[in-house]
Design a protein around this ligand. Structure first.
Ligand code: SF4
Ligand code: SF4
Ligand code: SF4
Length: 313
């Protein structure tokens, strides 16, 4: 009941108390306890604590990385395809895909909010958390063995994770090393869908509940905010198939011993580009009118999503 009286924006206890018709002291205690249990979000701001409702994914589910059990994993895997169908019907998504640095290093048109290193270098507080998708898959014997700590949290999200025991603080240098390992292990970079990001997920196509379920849908690329796509020059391809293994979206297939990209599945992550030994793959920026500009901050993103879900009048 209390969670239903919260909004998709951080608010002080006093404001929520008026709406919930409860004494602020009693409410403060309850909201804090709920946020500690990963049911709602708490922003520890210099001006005081702020609380907001959280979506199930990305949000409540990820906050349960330390108390997973087989029942929760089974229920989640049964539920997520339905949730993905609902999420796919929205125009605004919570995450976006940005290219790995090496795939676009010669290009001058990459926007600052598309550059992973720059986004990390801007952060003053960083926490790394275990990847719940890979943890739950390994708990049921289906782990992919890739990077276990793969959720980078920034700013107020980093404090929330640290204070709730969900992750450990790291330096910018350590975060860059994690980024380099993600590139080596072929993980897709998925930051918050905002110019000022609060998180960056490093995802694989085997375990990531978002990518894995996107691949079930027709034309998954149309459901991802991405500004790039891969193009292969057939005449240069030597048919080594490394790009097929690197692609987490199963977007590359071999035809007559040459690699071919299915643009309906390509989310412009760039993972195929840097490992092609003959440089037969380029990452191409979409036409300007097709490029996506993320909202300036996460609150704006959530407000858009809430509006599209009919939760705002
Ligand atoms: S697979 Fe990606 S979305 Fe899922 S928890 Fe790991 S890093 Fe986050
Ligand atoms: S990695 Fe390059 S050479 Fe190898 S199959 Fe892919 S495009 Fe062809
Ligand atoms: S083809 Fe696959 S690996 Fe290459 S950019 Fe597209 S989604 Fe990424």
């Amino acid at each position: 009941m209390l969670a239903l009286s919260l909004r998709m924006m951080p608010e002080p206890v006093e404001r929520i108390a008026k709406r919930a018709n409860l004494p602020p002291d009693e409410l403060a205690e309850k909201l804090y306890a709920m946020s500690r249990r990963g049911l709602i979000y708490r922003a520890d701001l210099p001006e005081g604590l702020r609380y907001m409702a959280m979506q199930y994914v990305v949000g409540i589910w990820e906050y349960h990385v330390n108390d997973l059990d087989e029942g929760l994993i089974r229920d989640m895997n049964e539920y997520i395809p339905y949730l993905m169908d609902a999420m796919a019907s929205l125009k605004t998504h919570q995450l976006r895909t940005i290219p790995i640095g090496a795939s676009v290093e010669d290009q001058g048109t990459v926007m600052p909010y598309e550059q992973a290193r720059k986004l990390i270098e801007q952060q003053s507080k960083i926490v790394v958390a275990p990847c719940i998708c890979r943890r739950e898959h390994s708990m049921i014997g289906e782990g992919c063995g890739k990077l276990a700590e793969a959720c980078l949290m920034f700013s107020s999200a980093a404090y929330f994770y640290e204070n709730n025991g969900l992750g450990r603080p790291i330096t910018r240098e350590e975060a860059i090393k994690i980024l380099e390992r993600a590139e080596a292990e072929a993980l897709v970079l998925q930051p918050t869908n905002a110019q000022k990001i609060l998180s960056m997920c490093l995802c694989c196509g085997d375990c990531c509940q978002i990518l894995k379920n996107l691949k079930r849908l027709p034309n998954p690329a149309s459901l991802v905010h991405a500004n790039y796509f891969a193009r292969i020059r057939e005449e240069d391809c030597i048919g080594c198939e490394i790009c097929v293994e690197r692609c987490q979206m199963d977007a590359i297939h071999m035809r007559d011993d040459l690699a071919e990209v299915d643009l309906g599945c390509c989310i412009g992550c760039g993972l195929c580009v840097s490992t092609c030994s003959v440089k037969a793959i380029d990452l191409i920026r979409k036409a300007e009118n097709e490029c996506y500009t993320p909202p300036s901050n996460v609150v704006e993103t959530y407000m858009r999503i809430a509006q599209e879900r009919g939760l705002l009048k």
